[in-house]
Design a protein around this ligand. Structure first.
Ligand SMILES: NC(=O)c1ccc[n+]([C@@H]2O[C@H](COP(=O)([O-])OP(=O)(O)OC[C@H]3O[C@@H](n4cnc5c(N)ncnc54)[C@H](OP(=O)(O)O)[C@@H]3O)[C@@H](O)[C@H]2O)c1
Length: 308
């Protein structure tokens, strides 16, 4: 069944969503998600991913897990693949691992996690093993050194796992502008597949040097904190979306924020986090239709800066 434009509006506005969620596979078929290719391999992946830092850090009760299971089910059904987690996000990696195995989708998703420890080589290796075990997988798709912590040691571990066929891609992450200079040095000297960094309408520093450098170095770019940890919604509370947002098929503030990032030519995947199935549907909508051009991106920045 084909979902009409009006139905899409209803989903985005959060009204009638329950009625329409069962029709989402049709949504995915009719409006394929934006795909991007990983520079080091040419593998195509959907540009809309999913984060999990705080959202999946829940207890074992059915009540807490149920909305997250629905978020994961919808994500996969709507064509999403890239899932980002870390062993240091509380229970997130384990809970997500249980849920993807209950749904039987653990091998359908692109599993991105991290080594995140100051405890040295053995502790890093133990985290890598625990990540594989908690997702019931033989391979991690992307393993990243979290916030550049003990980066030399853990890059060696991840590279060795890549050589052994237990990890497919190697990456490094940050979400702090104070680490950008160090990150720049790492990107210049290390052989990497991906860099993950924070970039949003509220935090645009990465566009100055890191995003162009990542492009020059042929790296995939994963964008974290695309909503500046939810703060962007606070800045537009009570404000109408401008009429001209329709020119790039944008139906909500969430899509406004995400399409701004997706339109940057260096960006491979963005990983908004949510614990709410309706927000997931809203976010996935940013991966269909047109994107803003350069002039419109400037207009988006001016609008946002005028609010804050
Ligand atoms: N150094 C690193 O490696 C690093 C650092 C930071 C983050 N990350 C990764 O990046 C991911 C994303 O960053 P983040 O989780 O910090 O923040 P974020 O994605 O910028 O924002 C998440 C917040 O936005 C809300 N939200 C999501 N979709 C929404 C929608 N459509 N409408 C209204 N509210 C919405 C969520 O609340 P609801 O649950 O209510 O939807 C949540 O509070 C993390 O989960 C993590 O995987 C990595």
């Amino acid at each position: 069944m084909k979902i009409s434009r009006r139905d899409m509006l209803k989903i985005s506005a959060g009204t009638g969503a329950a009625l329409l969620l069962s029709e989402l596979p049709a949504f995915a078929q009719d409006q394929p998600l934006l795909m991007r290719s990983i520079p080091s391999s040419g593998q195509e992946i959907p540009a809309l991913g999913l984060g999990s830092a705080r959202t999946f850090n829940v207890g074992p009760s059915g009540e807490e897990r149920a909305p997250l299971k629905e978020v994961l089910r919808l994500f996969q059904e709507m064509g999403g693949r890239f899932f980002d987690t870390a062993p240091t996000y509380g229970t997130s990696e384990r809970i997500a691992g249980q849920l993807v195995q209950e749904l039987g989708i653990q091998n359908d998703l692109f599993f991105a996690t991290k080594i995140s420890t100051g405890g040295g080589r053995e502790a890093g290796i133990a985290q890598q093993e625990a990540s594989l075990q908690s997702w019931g997988r033989d391979t991690i798709d992307l393993n990243q050194v979290h916030n550049l912590r003990d980066v030399d040691t853990h890059l060696r571990t991840i590279r060795q796992a890549k050589e052994e066929g237990r990890t497919r891609y190697v990456g490094v992450t940050t979400s702090f502008a104070r680490q950008y200079q160090r990150m720049e040095q790492v990107l210049r000297i290390e052989e990497l597949d991906f860099v993950q960094l924070n970039y949003s309408l509220g935090e645009r520093e990465a566009a100055e040097r890191l995003l162009p450098l990542a492009q020059d170095r042929g790296l995939g770019v994963v964008v974290n904190e695309p909503y500046n940890v939810g703060r962007l919604f606070g800045a537009v509370r009570g404000r109408e979306l401008p009429d001209w947002a329709a020119e790039f098929d944008c139906r909500s503030w969430g899509q406004f924020f995400l399409k701004y990032i997706l339109a940057h030519p260096a960006v491979t995947v963005i990983i908004p986090a949510t614990s709410d199935p309706e927000h997931l549907v809203d976010n996935m909508g940013a991966g269909v239709g047109r994107l803003p051009d350069e002039r419109t991106r400037t207009r988006m920045e001016e609008l946002f800066d005028g609010l804050t």
